[in-house]
Write a protein of this length. Structure first.
Ligand code: ZN
Length: 143
């Protein structure tokens, strides 16, 4: 189940200190009307909130990291959810010992510095809808 796309544009930039990382991404996508794309980034956070999807209870548990961390890697994709551009990102962060934690990017990640690469794609956007089996908003393929 997939669609093919061609690259429309590539954005390199950074977000400001103290912004919420997920909200900054959402705002950037809305402002630039990016409905399909690929996201990657690196940087540092003052604190982080990561998500873990509990597959038995079908809900996200949050992992709070209340100290400064490096963003070793953020990767994600962009599609439509409820008519709006929706970034689905996962993130790996490291602490002062180099120990890493990772998970689904949730609100609550306060930026210290963050550099992003966003590739916008040309083609019909994938649309998320409720998936009965996983209880997640997954991409819907009609064919
Ligand atoms: Zn996820």
């Amino acid at each position: 189940m997939y669609k093919t796309y061609s690259i429309e544009n590539t954005f390199l930039g950074r977000f400001k200190k103290d912004e919420d990382l997920l909200q900054a991404l959402i705002d950037f996508l809305e402002k630039n009307n990016i409905r399909s794309g690929i996201i990657s980034g690196i940087g540092a956070l003052q604190k982080a909130v990561l998500g873990y999807y509990n597959q038995k209870e079908f809900k996200y548990q949050s992992i709070e990291i209340n100290k400064p961390v490096e963003v070793v890697s953020l990767s994600g994709n962009i599609s439509l959810k409820e008519g709006h551009p929706f970034p689905h990102c996962h993130i790996v962060v490291s602490d002062e010992n180099g120990d890493v934690k990772g998970g689904h990017l949730l609100k609550g990640c306060s930026i210290f510095a963050f550099e992003f690469s966003i590739v916008s794609l040309d083609g019909a956007a994938l649309v998320r809808g409720f998936d009965e089996e996983t209880k997640l908003p997954l991409w819907k393929f009609l064919d």
